[in-house]
Write a protein of this length. Structure first.
Length: 328
């Protein structure tokens, strides 16, 4: 609404400024496709702006033709002249622009999938978490979960599949999304070029806790990544007793390498203390959140297989949380 005399008052101007600030702020951050930190994301961002320019050109031609016919043309347009305007402005020009945009987009596909990978990672989507395994230097599988770490400046080949229903793997700041389909393996090449922490998500609705299926992505210097991968391959070390953890059946669903816990239903918890989050990017990995998630897993994240252990005594919840927080 306008103020007196049809003028916009200072409150409205402040509102418009705040709205513009929010829109501009959304163009950057750990989950922004318009703030690329990888080769494919940069190409996709350029493709977005090129397509936006093409769409704007088509829109301007159509609007100009409409204004010309409704306001500026004083004499009736002949049938032949009208057909020419429709043919060139409404058919030939849009077709040429769209064809050029299509050719520009298609040329990116083989380029973004090319290159010899320096690392191979397998990611499997499950309701509602991510099973992640790296191929080590000797070909061995190094399993972790709900977090991805990558070397900067090195191409990483990621093989994607699903254990249950269709999910979609998307790290907006690094690359476009790719579906994870049961019975099929898809391939994605990630080329991160900026060190930092980003956010990946499931971009395909997959059930009640779909919105809580995310994961942090840590891009590291190559030397730091190699040191991290070597630590990740080793068995877990802990300064806390695992008795309460095992006594309550946690080892039947989770693996902690180097201990009696060898379950495969849930996420691998080896080196859990080094992870940034828990619950697949849902909560920060803090003592309070660990205790809360153990007690209220089914409430916090509906539909997951892990039951809530609210029946445990506070001392038992603290013991399990402390054990998880010591796994390095």
């Amino acid at each position: 609404m306008r103020g007196r005399g049809g003028r916009i008052d200072h409150h409205q101007r402040a509102g418009f400024a705040a709205g513009a600030g929010l829109l501009l702020g959304a163009c950057s951050g750990p989950q922004s496709a318009l703030d690329p930190a990888g080769r494919e994301a940069a190409e996709v961002a350029i493709l977005f702006w090129v397509m936006l320019a093409g769409a704007a050109a088509i829109w301007l031609v159509v609007i100009a033709a409409a204004l010309f016919g409704s306001r500026w043309q004083k004499q009736p347009i002949s049938e032949r002249g009208g057909l020419r305007i429709i043919l060139w402005g409404g058919a030939v020009f849009p077709t040429l622009v769209l064809a050029l945009l299509l050719a520009y987009g298609l040329r990116l596909m083989p380029v973004l999938r090319a290159g010899e990978p320096a690392l191979t990672v397998h990611v499997s989507g499950e309701q509602y978490w991510w099973r992640v395994s790296y191929t080590g230097p000797d070909g061995e599988r190094i399993e972790t979960a709900n977090e991805l770490r990558l070397p900067a400046g090195r191409p990483t080949e990621v093989f994607l599949d699903s254990a249950d229903i269709i999910h979609s793997f998307w790290i907006p700041a690094l690359a476009g999304k790719l579906d994870m389909i049961p019975g099929r393996t898809n391939r994605l090449v990630l080329n991160p070029d900026r060190i930092g922490t980003y956010r990946g998500v499931c971009a395909e609705f997959c059930g009640r806790s779909h919105t809580y299926m995310a994961f942090p992505v840590v891009v590291m210097a190559p030397s730091e990544f190699q040191a991290w991968l070597a630590r990740e391959a080793a068995p877990a070390t802990s300064t806390t007793d695992d008795g309460t953890f095992l006594a309550n059946g946690c080892g039947g669903c989770h693996t902690v390498r180097g201990t009696a816990a060898a379950g495969s239903i849930g996420p691998d918890l080896t080196h859990f203390a080094d992870r940034l989050s828990l619950g697949a990017g849902m909560l920060a990995n803090t003592p309070e959140n660990r205790r809360r998630f153990i007690a209220e897993a089914g409430t916090l994240k509906p539909g997951i297989r892990m039951p809530s252990f609210s029946m445990l005594a506070p001392a038992e919840l603290d013991a399990i949380g402390a054990y998880l927080g010591s796994l390095r």
